[in-house]
Design a protein around this ligand. Structure first.
Ligand SMILES: O=C(O)C[C@@](O)(CF)CCOP(=O)(O)OP(=O)(O)O
Length: 326
């Protein structure tokens, strides 16, 4: 009753921002991401009838109570589905640069969903697996697949039609994603709390909802055409709209720091030099810069010159979740 899975992180080009159901983690809008090759989580789950509670090790250390509780609550749904009352030892290794805890990583829940369902004896189709990953963290449902992936929001109250589907294989549209880590000294508002406050209090949120599905269909068209310019313009515009909604929340909040703006301006400056680069940001100050592979060194070199840029990781579209030999 043991299995090991490897899942990669993803970066949303059309953001998931806001839930219509907090407990089932059902989104207000559909989203679209690209799974990245560089960052991943490897998780081993071993169910054992001798255990009287779940035990969780994160990066080799026994996890704190909060993370352990979150994993144990998550395994409850899988035990219930499998009709097996077994506890497990869970070991997760995050190969992700930020000190992101388990809770906030898409790769973490995608790897946990795959390893736990396999270990307990379920052989789920990717669509079912995507739904289990979604119950851990919304963006995790997209990391089940590689390449460009759409999370269809679904309309049913039970969430049975809310899962990810593959749009384009990781080898079919070679772009570069430079993951830029900037200096950060502030505790951020976690994405779960941030989107909740925004949905509940921001007058700008309706504007987000009114335009995001159009952005999504335009971006899918850009993927069909392999049109990087169109992809970049839409992704950058969509990220800025998502972040704009937080400024209208009560109390207002924002994720950017001065370093974030320096990177954004450098990217717009590159475009004025004729280098095609676009930026997107999630719930934090770090920036992902999109460019074509032939420009990635030029873009890297210009970003590296920004004093507040701490590290840059060059990523490319990566694979979906895999079960590893234990
Ligand atoms: O990734 C995106 O589409 C956009 C965001 O990264 C923007 F910040 C949100 C990801 O939220 P997640 O951590 O999945 O939330 P959960 O469902 O409350 O766990």
């Amino acid at each position: 009753m043991k299995a090991t899975a490897k899942a990669h992180t993803n970066i949303a080009l059309i953001k998931y921002w806001g839930k219509r159901d907090e407990s089932l983690i059902l989104p207000m809008n559909s989203s679209l991401s690209v799974t990245l090759d560089t960052f991943y989580t490897v998780t081993t789950v071993e169910f054992n009838e001798k255990l009287t509670e779940d035990v969780f090790f994160l990066n080799g250390e026994k996890a704190d109570h909060t993370d352990t509780e979150r994993v144990s609550n998550y395994l409850r749904a899988i035990r219930k589905f499998a009709k097996k009352h077994l506890f497990a030892v869970v070991r997760s290794e995050n190969h992700v640069p930020t000190a992101a805890g388990f809770a906030s990583s898409a790769s973490g829940y995608a790897a946990l969903a795959a390893a736990a369902t396999k270990a307990i004896g379920l052989n789920l189709h990717p669509q079912e697996l995507s739904q289990f990953a979604r119950l851990g963290s919304g963006s995790a449902c997209r990391s089940i697949y590689g390449g460009f992936v759409e999370w269809q929001k679904g309309v049913k109250e039970d969430g049975s039609d809310s899962f990810a589907v593959p749009i384009l294989h990781e080898d079919d549209f070679p772009i570069a994603v430079l993951s830029v880590m900037v200096a950060t000294n502030r505790k951020k508002v976690l994405s779960r709390a941030g989107m909740k406050r925004t949905v509940e209090t921001s007058p700008f949120y309706q504007g987000w909802l009114d335009t995001v599905e159009h952005d999504l269909s335009e971006l899918k068209h850009a993927l069909e055409l392999r049109d990087f310019t169109l992809l970049g313009e839409i992704a950058e515009r969509n990220a800025l709209k998502m972040h704009a909604t937080t400024l209208g929340a009560n109390p207002p909040f924002y994720y950017w720091q001065s370093a974030t703006m320096e990177v954004m301006e450098a990217v717009q400056n590159m475009r004025s030099q004729g280098i095609e680069a676009y930026f997107t940001m999630d719930a934090g100050p770090n920036v992902k810069v999109l460019c074509l592979p032939e420009d990635e060194q030029k873009v890297y070199d210009q970003l590296k010159q920004i004093p507040s840029v701490k590290k840059i990781f060059t990523c490319h579209p990566g694979p979906g979740v895999t079960i590893l030999p234990t």
